[in-house]
Design a protein. Structure first.
Length: 225
């Protein structure tokens, strides 16, 4: 599993939705990175066949027309309007409130809650095997991006995070399967030492593994000014 550790005090997050940006069709992840210039780009939550987002989605504090999904209780939020709030979080809508009329965060994407602060796994054990993208919040306030290198069940990933990463406060699952995607700016890893065990990691960084489908919604991360 690939893990990317992002410090929100140094990294800014941005939601991008193809229709809101005036695009006629969704971009693949490499196209999104070229368009936005973000150092890291990853897929957001699930979407319908017509590319409408499933769940809450906000950009610059404005709703992009998506309604709250009643069953999915995970909410990635970033860039608060109140400086006293943490700059990025994973919220659990079962225990934490989010005001849709006066959103406390400008960038928001709803998806499936995976692991809560009490250590409870929030998905069924009977889930299917697929590539997965997970966003986690640590006790120290960092945001972790987790991307599987192979097909896995969300339940197993949640158990793994719980057992191996005790610093994780809670985590949510973004869209999986063919939509699970992450891309990291080449200049950040190109000069890393070449060793055999890093070949697959570098291929993943570059987006050279597997097929890439167009993604209507992505989240980007770049250094703060």
């Amino acid at each position: 599993m690939l893990i990317v550790d992002l410090d929100p005090e140094r990294i800014k997050f941005s939601v991008h939705y193809y229709a809101q940006e005036g695009l006629s069709e969704p971009h693949k992840i490499d196209q999104w990175q070229k368009r936005t210039g973000h150092h890291v780009v990853f897929n957001a939550g699930l979407f319908r066949e017509n590319f409408a987002y499933l769940g809450l989605l906000y950009k610059d504090g404005r709703s992009l027309g998506s309604r709250r999904h009643p069953s999915w209780r995970g909410l990635f939020v970033a860039e608060p309007s109140d400086s006293r709030l943490k700059r990025a979080r994973v919220l659990d809508l079962d225990s934490e409130a989010f005001d849709e009329e006066q959103p406390p965060y400008r960038e928001v994407a709803q998806a499936l809650m995976l692991l809560d602060h009490a250590g409870r796994v929030r998905v069924r054990e009977s889930g299917k095997y697929a590539y997965q993208t997970v966003v986690a919040e640590t006790m120290a306030g960092h945001i972790l991006l987790l991307k599987t290198l192979g097909a896995a069940r969300l339940y197993d990933i949640a158990q793994c995070v719980k057992d191996v990463l005790p610093s994780v406060r809670q985590a949510m699952a973004m869209d999986g399967g063919s939509s699970s995607d992450i891309r990291i700016l080449e200049s950040l890893w190109q000069k890393d030492i070449d060793t055999e065990d890093r070949t697959s990691w570098k291929s993943l960084f570059a987006g050279n593994t597997g097929s890439h489908i167009p993604l209507p919604t992505v989240i980007g991360a770049s250094p703060r000014d």
